[in-house]
Design a protein around this ligand. Structure first.
Ligand code: 5GP
Ligand code: ZN
Length: 115
């Protein structure tokens, strides 16, 4: 499995940096965001390193793993009234950590359009 030893989220996957893990399987890890933007803010990452979703194109095991984990965690967190999934990509997309990740946000009303 490809990882980047310098990458923050690879270190979280490997438990070299602590995080509050809420779900884990063979493909993904889901953990609480350190700077939550909503009452529930979980970051879901593939265990393999991809810089962004463009690099992960066609890696359907990991892409499915991210989406299925998000739905499972949303149910576990009782987000029955709804939630938002976000993948920031690249500079204009607002991506700050270059390891593909899916944000799960919930517990309040979301605005549209986003900022
Ligand atoms: P991005 O801005 O790249 O879409 O999202 C990166 C997210 O990772 C941000 O929401 C940020 O708060 C979160 N984050 C950055 N560093 C850490 C960390 O060390 N631990 C955790 N749990 N979250 C982090
Ligand atoms: Zn990584």
């Amino acid at each position: 499995m490809h990882q980047d030893p310098e990458c923050l989220f690879c270190k979280i996957v490997n438990k070299e940096i602590p995080s509050e893990v809420v779900f884990e399987d063979d493909k993904v890890v889901a953990f609480k965001d350190i700077d939550p933007q909503a009452p529930v803010h979980i970051v879901i990452v593939p265990k393999e390193h991809f810089n962004n979703i463009i690099e992960a194109q066609d890696n359907n095991d990991y892409l499915n793993g991210l989406l299925n984990a998000a739905v499972k965690v949303a149910k576990d967190q009782n987000l029955d009234d709804g939630f938002r999934l976000v993948i920031n990509t690249g500079k204009e997309g607002g991506q700050t950590v270059e390891h593909l990740h899916l944000h799960l946000l919930g517990g309040r009303n979301m605005q549209w359009p986003p900022g």
